[in-house]
Design a protein around this ligand. Structure first.
Ligand SMILES: C[S@@+](CC[C@H](N)C(=O)[O-])C[C@H]1O[C@@H](n2cnc3c(N)ncnc32)[C@H](O)[C@@H]1O
Length: 305
């Protein structure tokens, strides 16, 4: 597979469930904050019958693909992290009927060894979703103090062996490749683990490099402001740290019956069924939560589930 072909291998997760729950209507305006390779957006747009759409991604390869897929005047494409984009959209007074965030990495990131996200293929210690930002995994691994590394592994990886891993990392510096990092982390584990022993370490470093949790924590309340009354917000997360942030804010804004801003329409998060997992194993850890913004003036919302 050549680098140019990697984009062909991103399959949108929970696509039917997203469509069922956000119920796109002709003319609806859409904001896709993690538009990636356009899978969700194209399906939603087919239902909004070419209504206005704003597509955001921080990855240049994704942006190039979106530019070739969405060429009409009602499609706006923004190359930015979603926190900056959300701040700018709200300052322009924009609002949307449907907002979608399908968090984390695309298959393109994972399949392309040169991006440094994959544990199973050797590549540089990179892990930047936006290749023009300066902080990369190499700096985190080779320049952070032991205390900083341990905090990251504990908080972003929930890695119980953080202390031992950090000691091995520091003893083996400089570490220059993903394969070398994976081998160094392995030393802290007994042989024969079910999942790769470096899984949590890679997750933690990636979250740090891309500031993923702060992005979500700060952007989520802005997304709710960007929703029109009756508008639907769908968030797909891939690990419990992200899902917790979404669940907590949704609960907080929906709990008080009379003052609630949101109605959460996914009592439990929606997950992929066996059929989907067969052709898209990446959907294994996906969790979808959807909320509807309540129409304050009438105390009702537009959703007719
Ligand atoms: C799981 S993929 C989305 C795939 C997309 N839904 C599709 O159907 O093709 C996540 C995308 O979000 C982007 N991304 C992740 N975090 C981001 C952030 N904080 N700001 C902007 N884009 C982000 C990644 O670059 C990646 O392209």
């Amino acid at each position: 597979m050549t680098d140019e072909n990697h984009h062909k291998y991103h399959i949108p997760v929970l696509l039917d469930q997203v469509i069922d729950l956000v119920k796109p209507q002709p003319g609806d305006s859409v904001l896709d904050l993690t538009a990636g390779y356009g899978g969700h957006s194209q399906a939603i747009r087919a239902k909004t019958k070419q209504g206005p759409i704003c597509l955001v991604d921080r990855d240049q390869m994704a942006i190039s693909q979106l530019q070739s897929l969405f060429t009409d005047k009602k499609a706006e494409i923004i190359h930015s992290d979603f926190l900056s984009a959300s701040k700018s959209l709200i300052s322009q007074g924009n609002s949307y009927d449907i907002i979608l965030a399908d968090l984390g990495l695309s298959s393109v990131h994972l399949n392309n060894a040169n991006r440094g996200f994959s544990i199973n293929q050797d590549g540089p210690l990179d892990m930047r979703m936006n290749s023009s930002q300066s902080l990369s995994a190499s700096q985190v691994v080779n320049q952070y103090t032991a205390e900083q590394l341990e905090t990251i592994l504990l908080e972003y990886g929930e890695e119980r062996r953080a202390k031992s891993i950090v000691k091995n990392v520091i003893d083996n510096r400089p570490i220059t490749s993903t394969a070398q990092l994976a081998e160094v982390v392995k030393k802290s584990f007994p042989k024969h683990q079910k999942i790769h022993p470096a899984t949590k370490t890679f997750q933690a470093i990636r979250i740090e490099v891309n500031d993923e949790l702060q992005q979500l924590k700060q952007a989520l309340p802005i997304w709710i402001k960007l929703l029109r009354p009756g508008g639907r917000l769908a968030v797909i997360s891939f690990h419990s740290l992200e899902d917790r942030i979404v669940k907590q804010l949704f609960n907080e804004l929906s709990k008080n019956k009379y003052e609630a801003e949101l109605e959460v329409i996914t009592k439990n998060p929606v997950v992929a069924d066996q059929n989907e997992l067969v052709f898209n194993p990446r959907a294994r850890s996906a969790k979808l939560r959807v909320a509807v913004k309540i129409k304050k003036e009438r105390g009702t919302h537009a959703y007719s589930g």
